[in-house]
Design a protein around this ligand. Structure first.
Ligand code: ADP
Ligand code: MG
Length: 442
């Protein structure tokens, strides 16, 4: 009777706490605890690890005090026993690499906030990242950064990591790509050290995860990631994620998508011409070469959708400058960067080539342009693509219109006229179309 009554104390506590915390938190921290002994004066609990013991004392002491026996001085009268098999695992001398290497955050030393050039396309996301770095776990959590390839997502993640490293020295940070996380899981599953991996991740203060899109279509790994995610968020630990698409566009479970949308979802866009020029000059300075404003504009006007390509251009110019000690004139630059800058409309230019360039510029999918959506941005992109197709392709109007998801030739003609008139009065659109034109790859 007595045992039954005393075990009740623990069951009652469980019943109480289960209603107050998430399912995964409950599963992580309480489902593996067993009552070994219990009487009016004290209770002996078997826990899977010292981590669990410390965690529940740190986080649930107040609740435990309501239900469990206490000493005369009001302290909890719990004896903890660590489960034998788990104890052995903890003592295991071979640690898998990722766990062994808590300091190995792999931050690129160049990827700092100081080296990140701001412009209208990235100002917001940069301040969000800085805000998070200043107060990890206390502002936006999670911070979810998304945008196209080579636009600075990884750079920002590392900047945030450097900042926390410098300003919050005691924080335990892990910076990992989604692929590395999956590899970690696989290795630890193979080594039967999965519990230790879980403990490691769940004891972090900051988890930075790059390229979360690689978690798509991998449900088993997704579940483990989701559990880690929830466990950290529940403890107010900071999570920062980067992805090529916003959460709602990722093929992940609704549960994980909802979690990722909890905090702040921030978009990083294609930088405008001035920002690209500033980035180019900055990168050139880092490489120790001098590029005049004229040349910077010349390059930035021609490479627009990817900062990594701009950087590639700077690297080429730097390599050239080292070999040949002559001034970088426009002609020289044009010659060195020939392949990167070239735009020569070929005879075989197709509507698909045009759609690709237009879609990249407007950051939408080519299939959206072919579709029926009347969203302002998509409708404008469609008209621009139709205009360029009529201008650049010599096929019949009907044939071109059919390539736009089966539109009629009068729709095409209407769009063409509209843009033709618009660019006479709208210089911005005129420039945008020039850029799109230059970036059409036949
Ligand atoms: P992503 O992760 O979005 O694909 P990265 O962060 O790897 O892109 O950026 C690609 C390159 O462009 C990096 O070398 C990065 O330093 C540079 N870069 C991107 N945006 C900026 C910026 N605003 N200022 C300076 N460098 C930038
Ligand atoms: Mg990246």
């Amino acid at each position: 009777m007595l045992i039954c009554k005393d075990q009740d104390v623990w069951s009652k506590f469980l019943e109480f706490i289960q209603k107050r915390i998430s399912e995964s938190e409950y599963k992580n921290w309480f489902s593996h605890i067993e009552v070994l002994n219990s009487n009016e004066n004290e209770i002996t609990l078997q826990v899977p690890s010292i981590f669990v013991q410390e965690y529940i004392l740190d986080n649930y002491k107040k609740d435990l005090l309501i239900f469990l026996p206490t000493t005369k001085t009001g302290e909890l009268a719990i004896n903890f026993v660590i489960k034998e098999s788990e104890k052995k695992k903890i003592k295991s001398p071979i640690l898998p690499p990722s766990i062994n290497n808590q300091d190995d955050t792999n931050f690129n030393s160049q990827y700092t906030f100081d080296n990140f050039i701001e412009g209208p396309s990235n100002q917001f996301v940069k301040s969000a990242a800085l805000g998070v770095a200043q107060k990890p776990g206390k502002s936006f959590n999670p911070l979810f950064i998304h945008g196209g390839v080579g636009l600075g997502k990884t750079h920002l993640l590392h900047s945030l990591g450097h900042y926390i490293r410098t300003h919050h020295k005691r924080y335990n940070i892990k910076n990992i790509t989604t692929e590395a996380f999956i590899n970690d899981l696989v290795t630890n599953l193979r080594n039967k050290s999965i519990d230790r991996m879980k403990r490691f991740y769940r004891n972090l203060d900051v988890l930075i995860v790059d390229d979360i899109q690689f978690l798509q279509n991998r449900p088993n790994f997704e579940e483990e990631f989701c559990n880690t995610f929830e466990s950290l968020i529940n403890q107010n630990k900071q999570i920062v994620i980067a992805s090529d698409n916003p959460p709602s566009h990722l093929k992940l479970s609704p549960r994980l998508i909802a979690r990722m949308e909890w905090g702040l979802v921030a978009h990083i866009g294609i930088p405008d011409l001035e920002t690209r020029v500033a980035i180019l000059i900055h990168k050139a300075n880092l490489k120790g070469i001098n590029i005049s404003n004229d040349i910077a504009f010349f390059i930035a006007e021609r490479i627009y959708s990817n900062i990594r390509q701009l950087e590639g251009a700077v690297n080429k110019l730097a390599a050239y400058s080292k070999l040949v000690n002559s001034k970088l004139t426009k002609e020289v630059v044009e010659n060195i960067l020939k392949e990167m800058l070239s735009f020569t409309p070929q005879k075989k230019l197709t509507v698909e080539n045009i759609l690709k360039s237009v879609a990249t510029f407007f950051e939408i999918k080519a299939s959206d342009i072919k579709g029926e959506s009347r969203l302002k941005k998509i409708a404008l992109a469609r008209q621009v693509a139709m205009y360029l197709s009529k201008e650049l392709i010599s096929d019949s109007l009907q044939k071109i219109a059919t390539s736009f998801g089966g539109k009629t030739h009068s729709t095409l003609l209407h769009a063409w006229k509209k843009i033709l008139n618009e660019i006479k009065v709208n210089q911005t659109l005129q420039k945008q179309i020039e850029i799109i034109k230059k970036n059409i790859e036949a």
